[in-house]
Design a binder for this molecule. Sequence first.
Ligand code: GTR
Length: 331
Amino acid sequence: MSTRRQFLGAAALALGSAAGALRAAGGRLELAATDVHVRGYPTVEALRWIGETLERETEGRVGLRLYHSGQLGRESDLIDLARFGAIDIARVNMAALNNPFPATRILCLPYVFDDTAHMRRSLDGGVGQEILAKFADRDLVGLAFYDSGARCIYNTKRAIVQPGDLHGLKIRVPPSDIFMHLIRALGANPTPLPYGEVYSALQTHLIDGAENNWQSFHTTRQFEAARFWSYSGHSYSPEALLMSRRRFELLRPDDRDRLLDIARRSVAYMRSLWDESEAASRDYVLTHGVAANEVDRAAFERAAAPVVARYREDADVDRYWRGIRELSGIG
Ligand code: GTR
């Protein structure tokens, strides 16, 4: 048995019995929810809001216990733990879902979304809802999509204007083939690492840079090591809020509807937190030693185009791509 499988098995047992005990206490059901981000991060606060609302609307019958800051491990493991029913709810990024759930790939492709408004419109519309329903194919319930902003490249060495400036740099990527292909197409060396290891990898120069949104750059304090932020905006890779289908089916039918409805309502709350915190994180890092610059966006799009073309050879990706591009510039 591989170490990873052993870990998952042990985690499933430990969590399963803990959750069982929580269920026994006074007949109350406490759902275990996970997030790799710290308290105060918009996704974590949205989960907290879901817990409070659930508690209120079920008169205390159902609550939520929140394991934030990656306390229960890396995102790829959390997805499996939710699929096995060892945890109830996992908030993870789409990038970690690309390999097990190919329908999510479209949402991470470079330059598929123009901006946050275009991404929100696409997720709220037919394409988003179709992808959310796909999680049911592999033991999950897609509860909602959350924002993750524009991912941009930052590094410890220099300002990046042209893709050629990335030559020779080791750039951390999340566990997704799309990000590996993209960083390679831009001319850098992609290094996959779990999110929780990026800060020390920058400090020890295991990597030269990474790519993420303002809030992640700020709250992980990666900005203390990587002083050059370049506005590449190459992906809007959104967040997914997923529930174990096994655990979902253990809920009373009216509680299932309630939870789906509360998760849907949490999106507006999350978006308002997102907009505020994006500006706050950007302002913070820019007044704490980070220099930001524009990239040659057309050159970045040109370098990324073969990656998009390659994924669009798949008929579903191509259909989603066209559906999303039709929503560009409206509204
Ligand atoms: C963040 C995302 C996390 C995690 C991280 C990463 O933007 O919110 O869930 O996926 O990126 O790059 O690993």
